[in-house]
Design a protein around this ligand. Structure first.
Ligand code: SF4
Length: 385
């Protein structure tokens, strides 16, 4: 009997400094705090490993925060604990998020030794003033050094994260960033627009009507969006998801799993999971997380446990799957839910096809170029009454 597939997400909540737009669960900590967290995380890994013996782990994503603020040895300890307590596929994709300026030779050696085979760099911009305004700790030069180091140590699967719609960003400066990054030939590029989140310094500065005038306006934003698609296409990157581009065969397997409904288990403070139709969050209060006795009972770890009914599952399958440019497979939908998606979503599919926002190319239903541009609108249509 084949084993069930599982993806692991491991959350490291530490950063050197808090970026001014960030609302992720991350904060500064000293080495003893970091070490205590790693110990607690390893206990959680051991406890959870016992519950997932019938699963085969196909991908691992160590994210944050900034996982590379941990020492190399601790990263190795975490990966060893995962391999000792879960069954991990031999060729699993194992990614780590890395902020330029937090990588050293010794760290990259440990990352390699830990079997991590994909590095995701949070560059965001190659322009110093833009990086400064974002509150990033690194310069473009730091990024180049970290990137070269990763290549020198044999990493052949690298992602670079970029952002558009930034304060002071112009079409020209964004073009410069895109071109500089393409010239380095990373295997994967993620390109997102800045979102102003509540309770951040950026919200205080740019969240009001007046403040928003300091950001690139909607037309510039649209132009940057088009530039991303065009420049990346010219450089051989295929857009496979709304904000993600890759060289052939280098799509992020972990994220594709998430968008296609593969079970994933979150480990670490605030991480979320979705296994066997159940969605949950690990405790996001750091103190409470640290006080759970992992060897005794891990139930206090879980928050917002929610059993998704078939309707919620079908909705989720559609609006996550439609993020992918290949769309959702009618066969897969049928296999999973025992019913035809053209029956369940008859009104939505007809309406969006009529508006040329969606097309059916058997067996896949997908968004058209115009549909991808208006994806939020199309996807909200897929909420069943
Ligand atoms: S590095 Fe990432 S997680 Fe850390 S503060 Fe900046 S945006 Fe947030």
């Amino acid at each position: 009997m084949s084993m069930k597939k599982l993806e692991l997400y491991v959350h490291i909540p530490f950063c050197e400094e808090k970026c001014r737009y960030c609302d992720f669960l991350s904060f500064r900590a000293d080495d003893s705090e970091k070490k205590a967290y790693v110990n607690q995380l390893i206990e959680e890994i051991k406890a959870q490993g016992q519950n997932y013996g019938e699963y085969l782990v196909s991908s691992i994503f160590i994210g944050g925060g900034t996982p590379t603020t941990l020492s190399g040895i601790w990263i190795l300890d975490i990966m060893n604990a995962i391999r000792e307590n879960f069954i991990v596929e031999t060729d699993a994709e194992v990614s780590i998020e890395c902020n330029p300026g937090t990588l050293s030779k010794s760290k990259i050696m440990h990352i390699k030794k830990a079997g991590i085979n994909r590095i995701s760099f949070g560059l965001q911009s190659s322009i110093e003033e833009e990086l400064k305004e974002l509150g990033r700790i690194h310069t473009y030069k730091d990024f180049l050094q970290s990137y070269q180091l990763a290549r020198e140590y044999g990493f052949t699967n690298i992602n670079v994260d970029l952002m558009s719609g930034l304060p002071n960003q112009t079409i020209d400066s964004y073009k410069t960033t895109l071109k500089r990054v393409c010239a380095l030939k990373p295997e994967h590029i993620s390109a997102y627009s800045l979102i102003i989140e509540p309770d951040t310094p950026f919200f205080d500065k740019y969240g009001s009507e007046e403040g928003s005038l300091l950001l690139p306006d909607e037309n510039i934003d649209r132009e940057m969006y088009a530039l991303t698609k065009n420049i990346l296409r010219e450089h051989g990157y295929e857009r496979y998801e709304i904000s993600n581009y890759a060289k052939l065969g280098r799509e992020c397997r972990h994220n594709i799993g998430y968008w296609t409904g593969v079970s994933y288990l979150g480990l670490g403070v605030g991480a979320s999971g979705y296994v066997m139709n159940r969605r949950f969050h690990v405790e996001s209060d750091y103190r409470k997380y640290m006080s759970v006795k992992m060897q005794q009972d891990i139930t206090p770890l879980y928050r917002d446990l929610e059993e998704l009914d078939i309707k919620a599952n079908m909705e989720e399958f559609m609006f996550l799957g439609l993020r992918l440019t290949r769309g959702v497979s009618r066969h897969e939908f049928n296999e999973r839910f025992g019913v035809d998606m053209f029956e369940v979503f008859d009104r939505q599919i007809k309406r969006n096809m009529m508006l040329k926002l969606m097309e059916y190319n058997s067996p896949n239903l997908r968004l058209t170029e115009k549909g991808l541009d208006l994806s939020n609108m199309v996807m909200s249509d897929f909420l069943l009454d």
